[in-house]
Ligand binder design. Structure first.
Ligand code: HEM
Length: 454
């Protein structure tokens, strides 16, 4: 409480977004029209209160406050419910750990993602992309998201495990990932934890899939330990990593958790980026033509090598703009572990703090004409059309994505290959729209492709 000796105004509670229903709160809006609701909620202040059922949560709208929460004040706001629920899948891997333990694991994992390593994985990306994209069916409507999820799962698995072990592993991972992702998202919506304890067919399928995945990964780790040869892949890097302070390597259990963390974080996000990029190219034939010109000029019909990606300037900007409009991990959370103050508001201990890159990236004050797909807004002479500090598709702070270089290399390689081979076309009459589930998915995205004649 303020006294006459304390000149600071008392920290207040953030305003409640209108429209909360008794018991349900904003639940109906969050389920039925989440994306629109998150955009509208920005009008009510830099931090606003939402009700999820009867529980209050705060939504951080102002990008400078979001940075403060994720960077300067990160220790007070560790990860929230989504990540707790991922523990059933990723154990105590980098995507679920927090505090000093997380920092230690992150130090061990980071070297596996440096530029030189991404160059090695880029060979895998190139080979797999060529195999899959060459064989696309011409002029037949194709569902893009499953196609790219398949591609990215294969890339992730083959980057992790060397060739001879990867083939059976790919089949297991391809079967497991959709089951695991779905379970984690369902459980994230059930704070009571009741759902996960019921003997439902879904929970049984989940348990069987986890056993199969663990068996496969443990088998591969065992083979690596038995032969002790560097296989030039991600798992070899993780096994070679030593803690700076203790000199210790990761245990088998920790390796398994990190492998699952990487698989969970990489395939869906990259696949969504590619799906949305193709969708926008179908809607913007002039951008697609310019992309084809760039790819033809730099690559002359070849698949790109990693060192050639630097010359594909428009390709890079197309991915960057796609991630502005459709950030795959568009809605995340943190939890206040102690009472705090943010932007003059009092944040009680235990409050769930929500934030949305989707609504932030589409705020007209930060990105003029925000709904318009315009890769050229990222040209150096258009700096008035972007707010770099508010552009956060890979997050910020202690948990910032470690796979950004990997994701760009994969998305650019695949997009350049597509542009070199195929003309992308929307299916007439089909209305594609973003739907906010755990990730930002394109509902009803089908496209046709026709082989280009150069
Ligand atoms: C376009 C594709 C991708 C996007 C948009 C993306 C986005 C993100 C975001 C927003 C976070 C931070 C989450 C938070 O703050 O709580 C994150 C973390 C992470 N990402 Fe990515 N990601 C992508 C691709 C990848 C890839 C390809 C990999 C690995 C091969 C990867 C591995 C990770 C890992 C391990 C973390 C956890 C980092 C930590 O907690 O220290 N991501 N990602």
């Amino acid at each position: 409480m303020s006294t006459i000796l304390d000149p600071r105004p008392a920290a207040q509670s953030p305003p409640l977004v209108p429209g909360a229903l008794p018991l349900l709160g904003h639940g109906v809006s969050l389920v039925r029209r989440r994306l629109e609701f998150l955009r509208q909620a920005r009008a009510y202040g830099p931090i606003v209160e939402l009700r999820i059922g009867p529980t209050a949560a705060y939504l951080v709208n102002e990008h400078t406050l979001l940075r403060q929460m994720l960077v300067q004040d990160a220790a007070r706001f560790p990860r929230g419910i989504h990540f707790q629920k991922a523990r059933a899948v990723a154990g105590n891997g980098i995507i679920t750990a927090s505090g000093p333990e997380h920092r230690r694991q992150r130090r061990l994992v980071l070297p596996a993602f440096n530029r030189k390593r991404v160059e090695v994985y880029a060979q895998v990306m190139r080979e797999i992309a060529v195999q899959r994209i060459e064989g696309w069916p011409q002029d037949r409507p194709m569902e893009l998201k499953p196609e790219f999820v398949g591609l990215a799962t294969r890339v992730g698995t083959k980057a992790l495990f060397s060739a001879e072990l990867a083939t059976p592993a790919v089949a297991t991972v391809e079967r497991a990932l959709p089951v695991l992702t779905r379970r984690v998202s369902l459980r994230a919506m059930d704070p009571t934890g009741l759902l996960e304890r019921l003997p439902t067919p879904g929970n049984r399928r989940f348990a069987t899939m986890m056993d199969e995945l663990h068996g496969m990964i443990d088998g591969i780790i065992g083979t690596y330990r038995a032969t002790e040869r560097d296989r030039d892949d991600l798992l070899s890097m993780l096994m070679a990593a030593r803690d700076d302070e203790t000199g210790r390597a990761m245990t088998d259990r920790q390796l398994r958790d990190e492998i699952i963390s990487i698989l969970l974080s990489s395939a869906e996000t990259t696949a969504l980026t590619l799906s949305w990029a193709c969708h926008e190219l179908g809607r913007h034939p002039s951008v697609q033509r310019r992309l084809q010109d760039e790819v033809d000029a730099v690559l002359g019909g070849r698949a790109p090598e990693h060192h050639e990606l630097g010359a594909l300037d428009l390709t890079r900007r197309i991915i960057k703009e796609t991630l502005r409009l459709y950030p795959p991990t568009y809605f995340l959370s943190r939890t206040a572990v102690e009472e705090a103050e943010l932007g003059g508001y009092r944040i009680p201990k235990g409050t769930t703090m929500l934030y949305s890159f989707f609504s932030q990236h589409r705020d007209p004050r930060l990105f003029p004409r925000p709904d318009h797909f315009d890769p050229d807004r990222w040209l150096p002479n258009r700096s008035a059309d972007v707010t770099p500090d508010a552009y956060l598709p890979f997050g910020e702070g202690a948990h910032r994505c470690v796979g950004e270089g990997f994701a760009y290399a994969e998305a650019m390689t695949v997009l350049a290959l597509i542009a070199g081979r195929w003309q992308l076309r929307p299916v007439p009459g089909e209305r594609v729209r973003p739907v906010g589930t755990v990730t930002l998915v394109p509902a009803d995205l089908r496209m046709t492709v026709r082989r280009r004649t150069r």
